[in-house]
Design a protein around this ligand. Structure first.
Ligand code: NAG
Ligand code: NAG
Ligand code: NAG
Ligand code: NAG
Length: 366
């Protein structure tokens, strides 16, 4: 009988009145496009929003499916001053964000977002202070108790490795920089935890970057695995994820009142590449929207731009059916792939502890 009560308590759904997200392009719902309006043109957004919607995809992102699953509105980007509402949370993620201060920032060519994780944390503290100051319309900001009751989500790390892979570092030098990247993550995590009083945290690890056309096309000599992905690059990603997992174990010890779920997005994404047909995908390593070569990807000829071919301008557009593709523009995922990954990770099958998304306020199954 007691066991039943425990099991019942365990299965109880969490009620999250808000979501606060920290991350990069995989969860950017309009931050970079608000700060740098020249980014993103058609056909971005064509599948779901029918216009570029601040997302580096043809449609919705995993964070959109997370919001939908709690019947919450899509997250407004903190940086967006137009038509936004933060009542049920805010999104601090911007595309090209890193955990650590990047070497070069946009709009410099090849630069990364100026809004790296330390800045996202500071923006969060400003939202928190302003929201609880009583000086703004309460209909547009979270009420005070929402900060404690919210779900805090994280999806960042990818661009720290990306910057290093394309810099002048050897693979072993990139690998050696991983502990420092994760230390920065932990510091920011502790700060966000302390500032918010939040109790529920959902952390995505980094996906298999070595399966993305932008890596495959630019590192043709890197060792390939059975799925055709770059083993060289994925090995470093897996080390980043190993260190992140260790950091989460430490954070759980140090912050015992927090429910911190580590989500193995890497494995969920990797199964799409090993069994593409099972999920309705074809040409798993080829970009849908892009141009040229084995992977339909050429650095500077990205989705939404135009190229000169035989003296006339040709748009770099979408493939016929993005719902059959994993990668949208060679760096980011299609809505179809994001939905497939969301369906996998929301079950708890890829979580440590093995809690479903709806149970992310619970600490463990024991
Ligand atoms: C990489 O090294 C080469 C030669 O040492 C140098 O010319 C180039 O500017 C460096 N690139 C970057 C991104 O640091
Ligand atoms: C925690 O946050 C409070 C303000 O909310 C601040 O005064 C304190 O210094 C912070 N502690 C740490 C360890 O960051
Ligand atoms: C990265 O470093 C760790 C720790 O030294 C090591 O175990 C691992 O094999 C390295 N991986 C790569 C790809 O160099
Ligand atoms: C450009 O010309 C080449 C060679 O004649 C042809 O194969 C290709 O299809 C042409 N491309 C376009 C966009 O017309």
């Amino acid at each position: 009988m007691i066991l039943c009560v425990v099991v019942f308590g365990w299965e109880e759904r969490c009620e999250f009145p808000a979501i606060f997200n920290f991350g990069a392009s995989n969860s950017d719902t309009g931050g970079l496009a608000a700060a740098f309006p020249s980014f993103l043109s058609e056909p971005y957004g064509q599948t779901y929003f029918h216009r570029p919607a601040g997302r580096f995809s043809d449609g919705r992102l995993i964070i959109d499916f997370i919001a939908e699953s709690f019947n919450l509105p899509y997250l407004s980007a903190y940086l967006d001053s137009l038509g936004t509402n933060f009542k049920h949370g805010a999104n601090f993620a911007t595309s090209a964000s890193t955990i650590r201060l990047p070497d070069r920032v946009l709009p410099v060519d090849g630069g990364f977002s100026p809004f790296f994780l330390d800045q996202q944390y500071l923006q969060f503290t400003r939202l928190l202070q302003v929201s609880t100051s009583g000086k703004v319309d309460p209909k547009s900001v979270p009420q005070k108790d929402y900060f404690k009751r919210a779900l805090y989500t994280f999806d960042i790390g990818h661009n720290d490795l990306g910057q290093a892979f394309f810099g002048n570092l050897s693979i072993s030098q990139v690998n050696a920089s991983v502990p420092d990247i994760i230390d920065s993550f932990s510091t920011n995590f502790r700060n966000i935890y302390n500032a918010s009083g939040g109790a529920s945290f959902w952390i995505h690890n980094t996906g298999p970057m070595g399966c993305l056309p932008y890596i495959l096309a630019q590192f043709p000599a890197a060792q390939r695995d059975e799925a055709g992905c770059s083993k060289t690059h994925n090995d470093v990603v897996q080390y980043l994820n190993y260190q992140l997992k260790q950091a989460v174990l430490q954070l759980r010890k140090d912050l015992p009142s927090a429910a911190i779920t580590y989500v193995d997005v890497y494995s969920a994404k990797y199964t799409l590449y090993t069994e593409p047909q099972k999920y309705g995908f074809e040409k798993p390593l080829v970009a849908c929207c892009g141009h040229g070569g084995e992977y339909n990807f050429t650095p500077n000829v990205i989705c939404g731009t135009t190229i000169e071919e035989n003296g006339s301008k040709v748009p770099v557009g979408s493939c016929e059916d993005p719902s059959k593709r994993i990668t949208w523009d060679g760096i980011h995922y299609t809505e179809a792939a994001n939905k497939a990954v969301f369906d996998k990770i929301s079950t708890g099958e890829f979580s440590d502890p093995p809690v479903t998304l709806k149970q992310a306020c619970h600490k463990s199954a024991a």
